[in-house]
Design a protein around this ligand. Sequence first.
Ligand code: 13P
Length: 341
Amino acid sequence: MSEHLEDIAIAMVAEGQGILAADESTGTIEKRFDSINTKNTEANRQAYREMLFRSKNAMENYISGVIMFEETLHQKAADGTPFVELIKEAGAVPGIKVDMGAKPLAGYPGETVTEGLDGLRERLQAYHAAGARFAKWRAVINISHHSPRAGSIKANAHALARYAALCQEAGIVPIVEPEVQMDGESATHDLSRCADVSAHVLKSVFSELKDARVNLEGMILKPNMVVPATNCTDQACVEEVAETTMRVLMDQVPASVPGITFLSGGQSDIAATAHLNAMNAMYDTPWKLTFSYGRALQASALKAWQGKAENITAASDAFAHRAKMNGLATLGKWNKELEQS
Ligand code: 13P
């Protein structure tokens, strides 16, 4: 595969495909495993992720890239094949989460800034040597009655831009992920407040990316969709979410960005698919619009797996089904009836 950033970015948003976010930290995967009464051991993490990466139908047809946690980047399948090789054999690009998590931001009670810039240049060189060709950094923006304040948006946008510039220097495509959360602590905001905050955040991110001299053709944007808070009493229909999200993105995202890969953020499997499908069916966009889902791609597979080797086929089938539904949604060709297939 070409090593040019622009070509890697285009491969990451290949027609009809999207990205599997399988980069849960050891702490986050514990929450997922708790839900199926499965112990969070290295062996179980390895077995679960091998099930995903060996799901041939999903990986070869609908998955263009996989985001891994550092442990997974260095892990091997049971037969000794490195996970990086399994992913490449399936035609997908291996990627790595490089941030160190959202930490309290001094001076901004209740708000966070994502850390991990110190030593990042050296880590990126090591990740590149291990086969990673793209990376992810997630900034977390919470909406409450007093947040986000302008200063915390700027701090997060600045960190994202410095991360992106370092990635490009290392020959790695940065996924720039500013997430405005739908299920943040005590969040009850409506659709229009999410639209205002998302627009402000994206404006700040692209201003910082410009100042950091990031090549927009060699990056991918991973935003939230514009949705009301999970606890908002005034929920929006699929078309409203699609229209509002597209209005914000059309206003803020330059056409030179090759792809936008949404996070699912706590939406149900079907909602995440329906929203993506509506946007692709209703709009012609300058960028590819696809998925980079974690929960909305994995929830049904995790449930089918239950931590048991005898359920590997059922789990793999469940993952393949969700991947196919989302693959169709990237083409605007999904509908609810296909869920029964
Ligand atoms: P969700 O789709 O579960 O939000 O995860 C995507 C992701 O990578 C968050 O950083």
